[in-house]
Write a protein that binds this ligand. Structure first.
Ligand SMILES: CC(C)(COP(=O)(O)OP(=O)(O)OC[C@H]1O[C@@H](n2cnc3c(N)ncnc32)[C@H](O)[C@@H]1OP(=O)(O)O)[C@@H](O)C(=O)NCCC(=O)NCCS
Length: 187
């Protein structure tokens, strides 16, 4: 299986934000940014793997600053971690008011993409050749996020089972003290 260097994975997309992207407050709707993030993740993953790729999951995305209608939004995607058939794309989002030239970093998003073969089944992706110390740090963090994601999913499934099995009296505690209810039922 061939490897690809981290620096080869950089993929950029950019777009002006128009009134179609606005929410009711006149700022840009978070979903417009997420749609661009998803497209950038797809482009980055397909360029890296040479395969069609689907989005398996989005990690938590925090919006650090509002993006305004008229801003020029740039996305920079790069592959930060690879598994066997999946890969993590990290996307940095920047918004610029071109009349003022103030470019702001507004988000960092992490998306897991899965490469598919011609039958639509997950297929192996190239190895990622980390070129710098930062690349190696990012790779190990990507692996840690994968473990955390899997651990969180298992923990939530376990909590859901416990909540379904809880008595009405135990669940009633939720109204007065939800933290205590979680501690008591969640264990
Ligand atoms: C993503 C998908 C192809 C995975 O299929 P699957 O049958 O679970 O495949 P596998 O169990 O063999 O997993 C394949 C890889 O995906 C990863 N994966 C599966 N579900 C995942 C999830 N929810 N989050 C992160 N990674 C996931 C696995 O860890 C594995 O990675 P690895 O090969 O690097 O170890 C399948 O769930 C799917 O098609 N989902 C819908 C995707 C889609 O339509 N996205 C757009 C939504 S509009």
């Amino acid at each position: 299986m061939n490897g690809k260097r981290t620096s080869e994975t950089l993929t950029r997309m950019a777009q002006f934000m128009t009134p179609n992207d606005a929410n009711f407050l006149g700022h840009v709707f978070g979903g417009s940014i997420l749609a661009m993030v998803d497209l950038t993740a797809s482009a980055t993953a397909q360029k890296f793997s040479g395969r069609m790729c689907v989005t398996a999951s989005f990690d938590r995305v925090d919006f650090l600053h509002p993006v305004e209608v008229g801003n020029y939004v740039e996305m920079e995607g790069s592959v930060t971690y690879v598994g066997r058939t999946s890969l993590e794309v990290t996307i940095d989002v920047y918004a610029t008011d071109l009349t003022k030239g103030d470019k702001r970093h507004t988000n960092t998003a992490r998306v897991t993409m899965v490469a598919l073969d011609d039958d639509g089944q997950p297929t192996e992706v190239p190895r990622l050749i980390c070129e710098t110390r930062e690349d190696r740090i990012a790779f190990i963090e990507g692996l840690a996020r994968r473990h955390l994601r899997q651990g969180r999913a298992a923990q939530m499934a376990d909590l859901h089972k416990r909540l379904l099995a809880a008595s009405d009296e135990e669940l009633d505690l939720c109204a007065s003290d939800p933290e205590a209810a979680l501690k008591h039922i969640g264990g």
